[in-house]
Design a protein around this ligand. Structure first.
Ligand SMILES: [Zn+2]
Length: 164
């Protein structure tokens, strides 16, 4: 694949990370931080504000797995393809999570097969893509958002559409 320039990589990265964060907000998984690097490298991250113990306590592992999937779902839906750079890391996180919470291999494989569809279902919620675009814009400005910041951007994006 041809090397993309820094700006284009950041643009994709911002939407990928925003996909994780908006999905997390909609699924009740608190965000610790979401950002893209300021150096044009197209690197970034979304981190949930949950420990493994809290995920277990609240039974949030399916939601967490869906959040992990949503970066590449958003990339695919907005840009037609997803960049393996991020997606390999996301897959590692999902695989480790499922190993912890679904020890049975058959159940794990069944859940993994359903995961892309579960993630796509989240993208059909009201204001999902409006919110992703609004969060991505903030990330491209260099903002690092925590859960309160993500919530504020999503609420603002939804208000602009005049439906809440
Ligand atoms: Zn990701």
């Amino acid at each position: 694949m041809a090397e993309k320039d820094g700006h284009a990589k950041d643009f994709v990265a911002a939407h990928h990370e925003a996909g994780h964060a908006v999905g997390a907000y909609m699924l009740g998984v608190p965000t610790k931080v979401v950002y893209i690097e300021a150096d044009g490298s197209g690197e970034g991250d979304w981190k949930p504000a949950l420990t493994i113990g809290e995920i277990r306590k609240h039974g949030l592992w399916p939601e967490y797995a869906i959040c992990g999937e949503l970066g590449r779902t958003v990339e695919r839906m907005l840009f037609g393809s997803s960049d393996s750079r991020f997606c390999d890391d996301d897959q590692d996180v999902i695989d480790r999570l499922l190993l912890t919470f679904l020890p049975d291999r058959g159940e794990r494989e069944k859940f993994k097969a359903k995961l892309p569809q579960l993630a796509e279902d989240v993208t059909r919620r009201p204001f999902f893509f409006e919110s992703v675009k609004a969060v991505a814009q903030e990330l491209l400005k260099g903002e690092r958002l925590d859960n309160t910041g993500v919530k504020a951007v999503i609420e603002e994006a939804s208000r602009k559409r005049g439906r809440i």
